[in-house]
Write a protein that binds this ligand. Sequence first.
Ligand SMILES: [Zn+2]
Ligand SMILES: [Zn+2]
Length: 380
Amino acid sequence: MNRHQTVFLISAILLFAVIASAQNLQARKEISIPDIPGYITLIADLHTHTVLSDGYVHPAIRPDEAWREGVDVLSITDHIEYQPHKEWIPTNHNLSYKLAKGKSDQLGVMLIKGSEVTRSLPLGHYNAIFLSDCDALDVDDPMDAFKAASEQGAFVFWNHPGWPREDGIPVWEEVQEELFQKGYMHGIEVVNTRKYYPLAHKWALEKKITMIGTSDIHMPIGMDYDHRHGDHRAVTILFVTERTPEGVRDALDNRRTAVYHDDILIGEDKYLKPVFMNSIEVVTPEISIAGKGHTLLQIKNNSDVPYKLKRSSSDETRISYSDEIILIPHRTVLVWINGRSETELGRFEANLEYVVENLYVLPETGMNVRIPIVVDHSAK
Ligand SMILES: [Zn+2]
Ligand SMILES: [Zn+2]
């Protein structure tokens, strides 16, 4: 090989390496939360900002970020009343949707048109999504904005309900009651950015409004979330019958949602139970134990959620088992099981009873689960 050929070969290798690494950047990483019986699981971020209000990115960047991070449904909800860049970017409430639509379609990210109604306390901020014309919300009286949203058939939720109160604790004031009574409030952010509001969680259950979790991202998403190293934005999980905007709307209207924030899933037992059961796989559902000896059960977790299990039952008549387990995402873990008796032998069905501490079915309260196994218990 002469010098020219060597230079050419090295250049080709370098070029290939650059292309390969660039292609790695153009990759989507799914959020692994399984479908449940009867429903497809979709991941949504229904609260994001761009330069068209107080954000710092072009609208077309949002669907690109969403696609990479495994988000299926996106809403850009720039502020109606807060337009700090208007000196050089004239106010146009419909423009962020228009500028993001092409990229969304290209990547298959469902884009839902929305705006954020932005008022001082006690009213606060609300996202109206499924709008047809965001301009209609740019009015003096906030109640007229809600009326306009309602006339367009929008879905409206209360954003960051504890912000900007000093203690961060939300208060359900007369004005929220008025919105609720008028049918203008359909959901509430139980999580906004990295903040969980247990009170909002409680209200969502009591008042039967939809639980929402959002990033409320203003910066390029990578500046706030280290996605490549396992971090993720707060999202709403939707249990849909079809992967369409109508399917998304139906899930929101019928409160078939959960919130995924940090390592925590928040939602009703009827949705989180099948999510958990469809996430795990008992690799060795039948185990053999001799006398008071022990054996190891293998449980695999196919989801992204590190389920934190704490034993809830103290019934130890026939077997005893690990007090605490962390089901590490995409790994198989070992659970020890001990025989308790040397006389009561034979083959029987047992349930391992745990509380999954990071699945909140009530405010800051874990979910009870039973993992069925079969034990073949023989004499020593
Ligand atoms: Zn806000
Ligand atoms: Zn916002």
